[in-house]
Design a protein around this ligand. Structure first.
Ligand code: PLP
Length: 389
């Protein structure tokens, strides 16, 4: 990561219409122009495939691994697998964990479904308890929620699985403390970083999760249907979901592919999805990771926090609820709409003024990025102000 100073607005690096106030990166990021160009170039290469040689099946994928490893401070590029979705990496982890009737699996309330269904399935089959930790009913609930999570982890906990932030409202979870407690009881830690990797720093060497996945299409500024997953030593001898030819040792030798071998390529490469050498999405992800590294998640988070500060202040002043600063992420947060305010009116005003945010329950989820300006934030302040008038 190279950037050593606060960022200025990067709207010119994106292709957004000037009148659009897109504050919804947690839904889907816009594609940076450079990432679009990489995709178009990938399509061109496939138009004349004579230029695609055997080494291209490996080198591009390895560059993606190296860049993701740099982003999350993984010790080796080969501990990163290329996956089509966050749920794919979760399913890989679940399939390789020994979960029995006497165990429990700790997760947070209303977690993203892609990191719930596999656990529900294994709990049903094994008889293990799914321990869903709820927040308190207080408006500012982040501190309590974190305490409850730590209390829920006990000697019978086989797995703790969550994200560094809650996907609906950006509540921050203290992963350092949670990882420490999980380690104490010998539980695996499975982290869904889709809503945070790229917008806040994470260090897998320090945190030592057993798996950390991030889909690319949000905070990695990348395309849909691809992502990266770090796998730790717990999964060194684990089985992949599919037996791909390219994950086998020596697969670089295309003339020897039918000399079948039992050994896998090193590290987490075995967990790659079939046809992982995607000649369009791959170069796009490589470019988007480079951009995120260049901008630096620390400075991305800082930019978003600074640009959002007037919005947070205005929302609180107008009677909307925002989580305590200590327990919300810088890059995404919920604004709870008070009962006397008509949510439909808020939505209509957003539509009229081209303000894009997500609605989760009775809260708006705000998730800006470096393409957003003070005007974008001002447009949402205008909506909130008018909706209470
Ligand atoms: C926390 C979280 N994880 C994962 C995803 C996407 O999951 P998948 O890649 O399995 O579709 C989302 C999408 O909103 C999300 O919010």
């Amino acid at each position: 990561m190279t950037q050593g100073a606060p960022l200025d607005c990067r709207r010119e690096q994106f292709d957004l219409p000037p009148d659009l106030h897109y504050l919804n990166c947690a839904y889907m990021s816009p594609l940076p122009r450079a990432v679009m160009d990489a995709g178009v170039e990938g399509i061109r290469r496939k138009a004349d495939p004579s230029g695609i040689g055997p080494t291209d099946f490996f080198e591009g994928s390895d560059r993606i691994r190296a860049r993701f490893a740099a982003l999350v401070n993984a010790p080796r590029a080969e501990s990163v697998a290329l996956v089509p979705a966050a749920s794919y990496a979760v399913a890989t982890a679940v399939a390789n964990l020994d979960i029995r009737a006497e165990h429990n699996v700790v997760l947070t309330m209303e977690q993203f479904p892609g990191n719930v269904y596999s656990w529900r399935d294994v709990a049903r089959r094994s008889g293990a308890e799914l321990r869903t930790v709820e927040p308190s009913r207080r408006a500012e609930r982040g501190g309590d929620w974190n305490r409850r999570l730590l209390e829920a982890i006990d000697a019978r906990t086989a797995v703790v699985t969550l994200g560094p932030v809650h996907w609906t409202d950006g509540t921050r979870f203290d992963l350092g403390a949670i990882a420490g407690r999980a380690r104490e009881v010998g539980a695996a830690l499975i982290v869904d970083g889709t809503q945070s990797v790229g917008a806040q720093p994470i260090d897998v060497t320090a945190l030592a999760p057993d798996m950390l996945v991030a889909a690319a299409y949000k905070w990695l500024l990348g395309p849909y249907s691809i992502g990266c997953a770090y796998f730790g030593p717990r999964f060194a001898d684990a089985r992949p979901l599919e037996e791909t030819w390219i994950a086998r040792l020596g697969s670089e030798n295309f003339s020897g592919l039918v000399d079948y071998v039992d050994e896998y390529q090193p590290g987490a490469i075995r967990f790659d999805v079939g046809e992982r050498s995607n000649f369009i999405l791959g170069p796009m992800l490589e470019r988007s990771l480079e951009l995120v590294l260049e901008l630096d998640p620390r400075w991305i988070g800082r930019y978003i926090r600074d640009i959002s500060a007037p919005l947070v202040a205005a929302a609180r002043e107008l009677g909307f609820g925002v989580e305590e600063d200590d327990w919300r992420a810088d890059h995404m947060f919920g604004i709870r709409v008070p009962e006397h305010v008509d949510l439909e009116r808020v939505q209509r005003l957003c539509g009229e003024r081209r303000v894009f945010v997500s609605q989760r329950g009775n809260a708006l989820r705000i998730s800006p990025h470096v393409y957003n300006t003070a005007e974008d934030v001002g447009a949402l302040i205008g909506v909130l102000t008018e909706s209470v008038a």
